[in-house]
Design a protein around this ligand. Structure first.
Ligand SMILES: Cc1ncc(COP(=O)(O)O)c(C=O)c1O
Length: 407
C-alpha cells in the first residue's frame, strides 16, 4: 500500500469517530470475519482471539451458526408473551439440568447480563419481601441503574451517572466484613440477597477464597437472605464445569447467566429455585426481545456442548497449559480458576497493561485487560482452541510483554 493511503480500518475508524458515541469504548481492531479462535480484520490481517468478544465465545466463533441458520428459516421473533416457542422452554430445561444443586428450578430469559442481574434482584425482593442488596468489593454486575450501583468501580462505570439505585451495601470479600455491614449499615432482616461472582471478571479475575461462598451461604441461610450467583462471565464452561460455583460445592438460590450462553447472540438468564422464581406473578418479568428464538437455538447447542465431560476435560487441560505459560512469564501474580486466568502486573496503573494489549494487537493477538486499576491482563480464549493456535497466542502474549517494556 502506498504511504499515506487509508486502509479500510482507517476509513471505518474515522466514521466511527464521527457517528458512534464516545462513551462506547472501542479499539483500533475492525473485524471482518471470525472462526473458532481466529479473527480477520477488514484489511485481511489474521489475529488469534484471546478475548472471545468479551467472554462470549467459550465454544468458539461460529459454533452455533448451524443451529441459528435452521431457526432463521422458521421465524426470527415472536415475543414469548405473544406466542410461546419450544427453544425458549428447551433452554430453561437445560438450565435446570445443569443447575449446580438438587432443587427443581425455573428460568427466565432476557437480553443482557445486566438485565438478568436486575431481574434476579427483583425476584429476590418479591420472594423475601425485603429490599436491601449486598454487593462486594471488585464486583462488576453491569451498567444499568441498579447494576452500576452494584458495580465497584467509579470511573468509568458510575461517575456522573447518579443518583444510583438505593439500598445497595458493599462488603469486602470476607465474612467478617459482611457481618460488619449488618452491624453498621443494614439490619440483615432487611436484606433480600447478596450478589457475588465466584470468579470476579471485570474486577480482575479474582477467584473467591475456597471457603468464602460456603460460609457466606450459611450466613445467608441464618438470616433468610438469598444467594445470587452471578455467572455471566465465569459460567457456561469458562472455568471447566458449566458453572464456576461447582468448584465451591455451593447451591445458590438464584443463578445469573449470560455472555457465552447465546454463543454470540444476546441472551442471558435467571435460574432459581422454582418457588422463589414463581414468587413473581405473571407479567412481572420479561420483555419484548427476551429469549429471542435465534439466541435460544444457539444456547441449546452451546449448553449441550459445555455440559459434556469432553468439554470440561479439555478446558481443564487448557487451564493447566495457560497457567504454566503465564507463570513462566514472571510478569506478576497469575490467578483465576481453570482456564479463566489472568496476570496482574505489579504497578497499580493501567498504562503498562494498555501497552501490552496494544502491542499484542500489533503482533496479531486480541487481548484484554481488566481490574480495578486496569493492570490485569486476562485470557478469555475460546475453549475450542487447538494446541498449536494456543501456543501461537501465548507466544504473541510473551512478545507483547517484551514490546511494552521496550517501548
Ligand atoms: C459478572 C458480570 N455480570 C454482569 C455483566 C453485565 O453483562 P452485560 O454486559 O451483558 O450487561 C458482566 C459483563 O461483563 C459481568 O462480567
Amino acid at each position: 500500500m502506498a504511504i499515506g493511503e487509508r486502509t479500510a480500518s482507517d476509513r471505518i475508524i474515522a466514521e466511527r469517530e464521527r457517528y458512534v458515541a464516545r462513551g462506547v469504548a472501542t479499539t483500533p481492531l475492525v473485524v471482518a470475519r471470525a472462526e473458532g479462535a481466529r479473527l480477520w480484520d477488514v484489511d485481511g490481517r489474521e489475529y488469534v482471539d484471546f478475548a472471545g468478544g468479551l467472554g462470549c465465545q467459550n465454544t468458539g466463533h461460529g459454533f452455533a451458526a448451524a443451529a441459528i441458520h435452521e431457526q432463521v428459516d422458521r421465524f426470527l421473533h415472536q415475543c414469548v408473551m405473544v406466542g410461546l416457542y419450544e427453544p425458549y422452554v428447551d433452554v430453561c430445561r437445560l438450565l435446570d439440568e445443569t443447575w449446580p444443586g438438587k432443587t427443581a428450578t425455573k428460568s427466565l430469559l432476557v437480553n443482557s447480563g445486566a438485565e438478568a442481574v436486575e431481574n434476579a434482584v427483583k425476584i429476590a425482593r418479591v420472594a423475601t419481601g425485603r429490599s436491601a442488596v449486598i454487593a462486594f468489593d471488585h464486583a462488576f454486575h453491569g451498567r444499568t441503574n441498579l447494576t452500576m450501583a452494584l458495580t465497584a468501580k467509579v470511573v468509568p462505570y458510575k461517575d456522573g451517572f447518579g443518583p444510583l439505585a438505593p439500598e445497595v451495601y458493599r462488603a469486602a470479600l470476607e465474612l467478617e466484613d459482611v457481618e460488619r455491614v449488618f452491624k453498621q449499615d443494614v439490619n440483615p432482616e432487611r436484606v433480600a440477597c447478596v450478589v457475588l461472582e465466584p470468579v470476579q471478571g471485570e474486577g480482575g479475575f479474582i477467584p473467591m477464597a475456597e471457603d468464602f461462598p460456603r460460609r457466606l451461604k450459611e450466613l445467608c441461610e441464618r438470616h433468610g437472605i438469598l444467594y445470587v450467583d452471578d455467572e455471566v462471565q465465569s459460567g457456561v464452561g469458562r472455568t471447566g464445569p458449566v458453572w464456576a460455583i461447582e468448584h465451591y460445592g455451593v447451591e445458590p438460590d438464584l443463578l445469573v447467566s449470560g455472555k457465552s450462553l447465546g454463543g454470540g447472540l444476546p441472551l442471558a438468564g435467571v435460574t432459581g429455585k422454582a418457588e422463589l422464581v414463581d414468587a413473581v406473578p405473571p407479567g412481572g418479568l420479561g420483555g419484548t426481545f427476551g429469549g429471542n428464538p435465534l439466541a435460544c437455538a444457539a444456547a441449546i447447542a452451546v449448553l449441550n456442548e459445555v455440559r459434556t465431560p469432553e468439554f470440561r476435560v479439555r478446558s481443564e487441560e487448557l487451564g493447566r497449559r495457560i497457567r504454566a505459560r503465564l507463570e513462566a512469564l514472571n510478569a506478576g501474580e497469575v490467578r483465576g480458576l481453570g482456564p479463566m486466568l489472568a496476570v496482574e502486573l505489579s504497578e497499580q496503573t493501567p498504562e503498562r497493561a494498555s501497552r501490552v494489549t496494544a502491542a499484542a494487537r500489533e503482533r496479531g493477538l486480541v487481548l484484554l485487560s481488566c481490574g480495578m486499576y486496569g493492570n490485569v491482563i486476562r485470557v478469555l480464549v475460546p475453549l475450542t482452541i487447538d494446541d498449536e493456535l494456543l501456543e501461537r497466542g501465548l507466544g504473541l502474549l510473551e512478545e507483547a510483554l517484551g514490546d511494552a517494556d521496550a517501548a
